[in-house]
Design a protein around this ligand. Sequence first.
Ligand code: ATP
Ligand code: MG
Length: 350
Amino acid sequence: MSENEKIILTGDRPSGKLHIGHYVGSLRQRVALQNKGEFKKIFIMIADTQALTDNFANPEKVRASVTEVALDYLGVGLDPSRVTIFIQSQVPELTELTMYYMNLVSIARVERNPTVKAEIAQKNFGEGVPCGFVCYPISQTSDITAFKATTVPTGEDQKPMIEQAREIVRKFNDIYGPVLVEPDILLESNEACLRLPGTDGHAKMSKSLNNGIYLSDSADTVREKIMSMYTDPTHLKVSDPGHIEGNTVFTYLDAFSKPEHFERYNSGFASLDEMKEQYKKGGLGDVKVKKFLNEVLQEELAPIRERRAEHEKDIPALYEMLKKGCEDARETAAQTLSEVRRAMRIDYFG
Ligand code: ATP
Ligand code: MG
């Protein structure tokens, strides 16, 4: 299939503001794909229904985060004239599809999903895990297939979701006929971006773990977070040899630094490899590396923050944009749903 017949669906949960993990794992690539203009359609979903699966008792948080996520989108340069930005709950066709797909997945299969397992362990579901939460990969399959998406750009944690979506599509098409499209995941090629760690060194920067640098953080906050970041606990004196593996500051440099930064910010090194070599040998202090990282990150985040602040001045326009996006998304999802109903023999009245 040529690029110009391909369709993208991707999105984020409105469970907080977006952070630099989202940026390198997915947002930056979305903007590049948008600007290349080779895809037939790009749908970007604010997954409020999914966010409610584990935030059901906190609807205000989800509602407020919809605004924040939409602002983050415009901040990073997503352009509503070229991509369709919509809110999941406003496309009820997605919920109906979920109901039908539920029959195609066993309880054992949903419980086996490694990302869901890890998230269940991380969240404190007091009285028990909500059914909606365990089943969110099924609902995510509805989101992807409703738009006949061929391509889903995401971080690595979403691999099991796409695998599950492909299984559901195959099963549906086997039983009811070839209606749905099997999606492919599109992962970043830069390994550091697949699962950016938190500033605390935790394996994943996550809204729910409060270990993120947010796209909307002020320049001062970004600097403070960088200066208190986790590095190498064995690197006590500047002269000590240091470790790069598991050293979050270097992972962020892997994700963000470009060759031209090393001269521009007087790093004292010609490249990241040289900087790493020196750190490993000893004689390069964490503060110096962190100051360099701060320059690199500020350069990338400043224009995002400014654009975001501009859009924040006109929230009614933001909601007008979202409303149009929801209408547009609904049209496509309704078309797929009618094909699904026909294939399932539940199109009683034509
Ligand atoms: P939550 O804790 O509520 O699940 P989250 O931080 O995991 O929030 P999501 O909205 O679930 O964020 O994920 C949105 C997208 O960002 C997904 O494509 C996901 O793979 C990607 N992503 C999230 N965190 C990271 C990260 N630390 N590094 C790279 N990609 C990430
Ligand atoms: Mg997540």
